[in-house]
Design a protein around this ligand. Structure first.
Ligand code: NAP
Ligand code: ZN
Length: 346
């Protein structure tokens, strides 16, 4: 066992405090990682605030982890001490079911083990990346490409793969009109991926204040959803809308912006259920879909794609004592565009 300093919350909506936890003894296929940076995903806030059912407290959030390998178990083959690595939303899965064998560990039939707020296969709670060290089975660790800084890489471990995976699956590319709904942590990376994949990219954001940055990330068009004229103007326009909004949306209104056969893909995960009128689907053969992060192979592919295409999260680095304030700012959408905790300040 190895004791490590972490930031934890003792109960739903409690403030963060510096505490100690124990990481497990290194198993033969484990990698021990000294965490350097940890991104703040809106899912951390949903979890720590108990928005979704079943919070396990005390909770150490964090599933956008980048760091350096400190030690490896004797059977580890892919990593060596000193390697620059990342860990995302999951730390284990059965490895044997049809989904794991296909590289879609996020859909493991046995039920995978999330990086935090989850129980591992021995029944112990998992603790995430707002801390100095983590021990993870090597299958769930990825290499950070050489030309990518560790701080910039960290948001890609969740926000990156969560947007790359559906954009690729639903074939965002040349000739496709893609809208990114919501320009926060996920949205600002989605713009860059959709642009790099060759799609015509529109951003649907509430205000007009993010327009210049959206265009600098590769958007071709920018529309304010506060202006009701936007919805008349864009009716029937998009092949895909990637919804990254953390709050409920008016589903029918956004479905009306899709062409025949268009798809509204939800990655934003508010707790409240959505409603829609089936005629919004029937009349133009439209679909509604959802997508959950992505598998390990695809995560590595996404990192390599981001490195080749110069895709970079725009981050604001914060100290460990600023996390409570950062949560409040994310809830006010006052973040450009991802907070990343510098773990050396813990
Ligand atoms: P974020 O940085 O807070 O961005 C969310 C964006 O949604 C905001 O920037 C804002 O965009 C828009 N928004 C927020 N509140 C709104 C409201 N009341 N009405 C309309 N628009 C609003 O959050 P994030 O980290 O990108 O995460 C976004 C969502 O994705 C969260 O629900 C998170 O849990 C979920 N998520 C899902 C997965 C998955 O696997 N499916 C993975 C990671 C995260 P504008 O200011 O541009 O309007
Ligand atoms: Zn996340």
């Amino acid at each position: 066992m190895c004791k490590t300093h972490v930031l934890s919350v003792s109960a739903s909506k409690a403030p963060f405090e510096k505490t100690m936890i124990e990481r497990r003894q290194l198993r033969p296929d484990d990698v021990s990682i000294d965490i350097k940076f940890s991104g703040i995903c809106h899912s951390d806030i949903h979890s720590a605030h108990g928005d979704w059912a079943g919070g396990i407290f005390p909770m150490v959030p964090g599933h956008e982890i980048s760091g350096i390998v400190k030690a490896v178990g004797q059977k580890v083959t892919k990593f060596a001490v000193g390697d620059r690595v990342g860990v995302g939303c999951y730390v284990d899965s059965c490895g044997e079911c049809e989904y794991c064998l296909r590289g879609e560990e996020q859909h493991c039939s046995k039920g995978n083990v999330a990086t935090y707020n989850s129980l591992d296969y021995d029944g112990n709670p998992t603790y995430g990346g707002y801390g100095q060290n983590i021990v993870v089975t090597e299958r769930f660790v990825v290499h950070i490409p050489d030309r990518m800084e560790l701080d910039v890489a960290s948001p890609l471990l969740c926000a990156g793969i969560t947007t790359y995976s559906p954009l690729k699956r639903w074939k965002a590319g040349p000739g496709k009109k893609v809208a990114i709904l919501g320009m926060g942590g996920l949205g600002h990376i989605a713009i860059q991926f959709a642009h790099a994949m060759g799609a015509e990219v529109s951003v649907l954001s509430r205000g007009k204040d993010k327009e210049n940055e959206a265009l600098s990330f590769g958007a071709d068009h920018y529309f304010s959803t506060i202006n009701t004229e936007t919805f008349n103007m864009l009716a029937g326009r998009f092949d895909l809308i990637l919804n990254t909004v953390s709050a409920p949306i008016d589903v029918d209104v956004y479905l009306s912006l899709l062409r025949v056969d268009g798809t509204l893909i939800n990655v934003g995960a508010p707790a409240e259920p959505s409603q829609y009128n089936v005629f919004s689907l029937i009349m133009s053969r439209r679909s509604i879909a959802g997508s959950l992060v992505g598998g390990l192979l695809e995560t590595q592919e996404m990192l390599d794609f981001a490195a080749v295409h110069g895709i970079k999260p725009q981050i604001e680095i914060i100290r460990a004592d600023q996390v409570d304030e950062a949560y409040e700012r994310v809830l006010r959408s006052d973040v450009r565009y991802r907070f990343v905790i510098d773990i050396s300040t813990l």
